[in-house]
Design a binder for this molecule. Sequence first.
Ligand SMILES: Cc1ncc(COP(=O)(O)O)c(C=O)c1O
Length: 376
Amino acid sequence: MIPFNTPPHTGNEDAHVLAAMKSSKISGDARYGLMCQEWFERNLGCPKTLLTPSCTQALEMAAILIDIQPDDEVIMPSYTFVSTANAFALRGAKIVFVDIRSDTLNLDETLIEAAITPRTKAIVPVHYAGVASDMVAINAISARHGLFVIEDAAQGMMATYQGKPLGSLGHMAAYSFHETKNFTSGGEGGLLILNDGRLIHRAEIIREKGTNRSQFFRGMVDKYTWVDLGSSYLPSEIQAAYLWGQLEMAESITANRLATWNAYKEAFDDLEAAGRLVLPTIPGDCQHNGHMFYMKCQDLVERTALLAHLKQNDILAVFHYVPLHTAPAGQKYGRFHGEDRYTTAESERLLRLPLWYGMEEDTRNRVIDAVRAFFK
Ligand SMILES: Cc1ncc(COP(=O)(O)O)c(C=O)c1O
């Protein structure tokens, strides 16, 4: 069976993980942890990044940082992973879902303003498949209404918008290093990106269980104590060491994924031209990162048949997400503002093909042949 994903592993990680294991400090913020954070700060041009055990937890930190109170409202797409919403719902926020664009499947920036109320506190754009949301429009809305922008850039590392890295565009952003992402810190991991320097001090406290331990380690206070709400949001040094092995090869990992993505695109261009399927749209000011290759079938019936056909050919293709506003918790903690024109319809016809770092040409060609046979 051709798997849907194989976690990225370059070989570089092995020596770093061993070195971390043999070091005298394997908890968070040790040598590799700090090296990774500095790498991100340099590459993103931002004042502070903090490794977290997952993107989910980076988003939870963001919700605490902006002081979400019960019944505050947070605007986001319904076509996203549960963590985008959960992080804010956990703190009592009402989730306000807005429809997506049919081309990028990102939040439709033209529908956001109508969903804003006096209780709105933040907008959370999701850069689906590593393709940027329209951040010029979203940041302008945020400035007009005094709202926070938190980018869910779980899938966005190494992608850019108008030449700037995804994650560097809102007040804050979150990356994921889960094994299904382009880069992993040993299976699970994440990063909180702080672009607004005013958030750094409190973020460090929230991450250290609500204490000022980071200041203590830097010699800024002579003892540390409980000063605010917080939790344990540090990954171990072993996870950071694994990630470091991938950061060293960030460019080549991305180039390799893009090569597979481009080969898929080229192989199906004629089917799209013939109106048989729809391929991803990459707006001119976006450079994506080859995170995901998807195609859109005519409808749910055709997608179900294509999935079954691929399975018969020993290929595991998948789909996601069940729109959050249709899920039981989405109905309890959120509401959809306006018309669901694209969210449900697009989610029902989208299918993701296998794609991973180091995917062999033969394997890719088997997938291409099987898809083409279906549409013959
Ligand atoms: C858009 C989005 N947000 C958040 C997450 C959560 O990431 P993690 O598994 O690192 O918590 C994911 C993971 O799939 C995601 O795709």
